[in-house]
Design a protein around this ligand. Structure first.
Ligand code: B1M
Length: 212
């Protein structure tokens, strides 16, 4: 791995805000691909944070500080990930499901879609089913995008889809889901239109669904 990416990885792990920002800038100055900086420097570090949490080496505060450090680096990286010149090509309502506070992956999906010209209505985290339903009625999005990072909150995606059907809105909107524990099999089982394992493939998925 490039030395600067290793430094970035370490800075995220240590929750070193200044180090994360300066290493992102250094990597950009060295003309490294922004997606490589994101994936190899920052997302890989968050995976390691998760591993350390599982092993009992890290606790919730360390996870939180690492997440905040990553987010501070995202401010520097964001303009480089977005193409910026795309025209609006559809509207997406996005949120992390009820009971779940993880938002880094959801924010990345929103960022990439926005960079590709989609209008984004971000409902945030811990979004109750009723708020998703209200947003579909008020915003009339082309896509409803839900994220979940916990095995215990994945079921809220199913609950939300059931509510969308009960409200007679299922034909109005395509639904995509994602997040670390989510799989294609699960997506099929709960009746989502698409699943993506990462943010860039989520953009391709949305394109494909809207072309149909
Ligand atoms: Co939490 N946490 N966490 N956590 N956390 C995980 C998810 C965990 C896997 C850690 C572990 O044990 N290894 C574990 C879940 C275990 C499980 O359910 N099987 C866990 C746990 C247990 C918890 C708590 C319960 C801990 C506790 O309190 N005891 C608690 C729950 C709080 C709650 O939500 N109610 C908790 C809390 C937190 C923090 C608040 C401290 C913090 C989140 C801060 C924040 O998001 N602002 C946090 C963090 C940082 C993590 C880890 C370490 C990193 C998550 C992350 O940001 N990854 C995580 C470990 C891990 O994931 N390996 C962990 C980087 C991010 C870019 O990846 O979100 O997966 P990800 O997004 C990816 C893809 O999944 C995809 O695209 C992104 C990449 O391009 N994607 C989509 C995501 N959403 C998508 C939507 C799409 C398409 C693709 O379409 C709509």
């Amino acid at each position: 791995m490039e030395a600067v990416l290793q430094k970035l990885f370490d800075a995220v792990l240590e929750g070193d805000f200044g180090g994360v920002q300066s290493n992102v800038q250094e990597a950009l100055d060295a003309n490294l691909d922004p997606n490589t900086i994101l994936n190899d420097g920052m997302i890989a570090a968050m995976r390691e944070v998760g591993r350390r949490f599982e092993e009992g080496e890290y606790y919730v505060p360390e996870m939180l500080i690492a997440a905040r450090a990553m987010q501070s680096g995202m401010m520097t990286l964001k303009p480089h990930l977005q193409k910026g010149d795309a025209k609006p090509s559809g509207k997406v309502v996005i949120g992390t499901v009820k009971g779940d506070l993880h938002d880094i992956g959801k924010n990345l999906v929103a960022l990439m879609l926005e960079g590709d010209g989609y209008v984004i209505k971000d409902l945030g985290v811990d979004v109750p089913v009723e708020d998703f339903i209200r947003a579909i009625k008020e915003e009339k999005p082309d896509i409803l995008a839900m994220s979940a990072l916990l095995t215990t909150t994945m079921s809220m995606m199913k609950t939300t889809i059931e509510a969308v059907i009960a409200e007679g809105l299922r034909d109005e909107v395509k639904i995509i889901i994602g997040g670390a524990p989510v799989t294609e099999t699960f997506a099929n089982r709960i009746g989502a239109d698409g699943f993506s394992p990462d943010a860039s493939r989520a953009v391709g998925m949305v394109h494909a669904l809207l072309e149909k």
